[in-house]
Design a protein around this ligand. Structure first.
Ligand code: IPM
Ligand code: MN
Length: 420
């Protein structure tokens, strides 16, 4: 196999070395599929405070205010518009927390392009270790044209996904107002799906490299890796979600098994795990056709499960049909463990510091984070507030520049407080 010559990444080996430990669970391509057991990431501590809201005093009601439920959160605003959208996300999260009796014990980390340029430090192992002791990471965006393409993304986004084995990338796609949809005649009832993107394997496993770089004999290799364990756990997650969601109860496997025969592992695993879920209809589409159906008949989809790379691409189409990157959010999840929540959009450096980015996607990521840490009621408050602001036309556009970033944050925070 060609030896990786990515000297740049090797220099900042802190994240990669750690991530490699997790990636070590992936068998070498030539080896028969006998995946070693993935080292379980350290369990995240659960809330340290007693569950005050559930405590029912037998004798008399306590007069003193109830102790808040505390959740430790790592905040990673990152690059470009990351900082401003995360600020609005935090504004909304704090408003919800005050209402729900929650305290978010947040620590903000400086990692991203500016920090890297000043210190040559991308994502230190010690910071990752600290983040591993929180319940969730709230991220803005990573990426900057001053730095080699993909370097920070690999160190930070990919590093966090691999280190904490965040095998589900959950991407809800929901249209709140037909005017936001670029598709003719599609209504909110037509666009309501969730994409479950596998998040640790496939072409993203990091196996491969460039051999004899820059010579006429150059060879570039990127391996698509699928382990039985990796495929099975994400497919099972998708079935469970589909069953629980109780909408169309249709789970669509999106792959390209006709051309990439290794993806037969997805076909077989999907059918096998499906036997455990007789209430869920099994559906299938090849990725090229799925892109077409997403535009032509999005109402067909309920829950979609798909390998990493196809999920990346498909969810950008998904973002567009729900109103754009201004609203699309995602959760990088390992159920029950520290997980990372981020808007799907990038750092959009040209909009940095202009207060013109749309923070709804970051606010939505915050909503998903609340759900993950067990604050479903708070999450619903955000959902209702966002929905209200969009349905009533208060937020009539999700494009950058349509509103001030903090203006949108204020509107949603106020709607949260009013209980819209
Ligand atoms: C995403 C992004 C990332 C990905 C990039 C920034 C590495 O596009 O989260 O969808 O490809 O996963
Ligand atoms: Mn993407």
């Amino acid at each position: 196999m060609a030896k990786a010559t990515n000297g740049k990444a090797a220099k900042d080996g802190d994240v990669l070395a750690k991530a490699a430990k997790t990636a070590a669970a992936v068998p070498a391509p030539a080896v028969k599929a006998t995946p070693a057991k993935a080292p379980a990431p350290k369990p995240a501590p659960v809330a340290v405070a007693p569950k005050a809201a559930e405590a029912k005093p037998a004798v008399a009601k306590a007069k003193s205010p109830k102790a808040p439920r505390v959740h430790r959160i790592a905040v990673l605003p990152g690059d470009g518009i990351g900082e401003e959208v995360v600020r609005e996300g935090m504004k909304v999260l704090e408003a919800v927390s005050a209402i729900e009796g929650v305290k978010l014990d947040c620590k903000t980390y400086p990692y991203g392009a500016d920090h890297y340029l000043a210190t040559k430090e991308a994502m230190p192992a010690a910071a990752l270790e600290e983040m591993g002791k929180t319940e969730a990471i709230f991220m803005g965006a990573i990426g900057d044209p001053r730095i080699e393409t993909g370097y920070l993304e690999r160190q930070i986004i990919w590093g966090v996904r691999q280190t904490f084995d965040l095998f589900v990338n959950l991407r809800p796609i929901r249209l709140y107002h037909e005017d936001l949809c670029p598709l003719k005649g599609k209504k909110p009832a037509d666009i309501d799906m969730v994409v479950v993107r596998e998040n640790t394997e496939d072409a993203y496993a990091g196996l491969g490299g460039i051999h004899r770089k820059g010579t006429p004999h150059e060879v570039a290799i990127a391996e698509m890796i699928y382990t039985r364990q990796g495929v099975e756990r994400v497919i099972r997650y998708a079935y469970e979600l589909c069953s629980k969601r109780n909408k169309r109860k249709r789970l669509t496997l999106v792959d390209k098994a006709n051309a990439i025969r290794a993806q037969d592992i997805w076909t077989r695993t999907f059918a096998e795990v499906g036997k455990e879920f007789p209430d869920v209809e099994q559906d299938h589409a090849y990725i090229d056709a799925a892109c077409m159906w997403m535009v032509k008949n999005p109402e067909w989809f309920d829950v979609v499960v798909t390998p990493n790379l196809f999920g990346d691409i498909l969810t950008d189409i998904g973002a567009m049909i729900q109103g754009g990157l201004g609203i699309a959010a995602s959760g990088n999840i390992h159920p029950g463990k520290v997980s990372m929540f981020e808007p799907i959009h990038g750092s959009a450096p040209k909009y940095r510091g202009q207060n013109s980015a749309n923070p709804v996607a970051a606010i939505e990521a915050g909503r998903m984070m609340l759900d993950h840490i067990g604050e479903a009621k708070g999450a619903r408050r955000i959902e209702n507030a966002v929905r209200h602001c969009i349905e009533t036309g208060k937020i009539a556009s999700l494009k950058a520049g349509a509103y001030k970033c903090d203006e949108v944050g204020d509107m949603i925070r106020d709607a949260v407080i009013r209980g819209a």
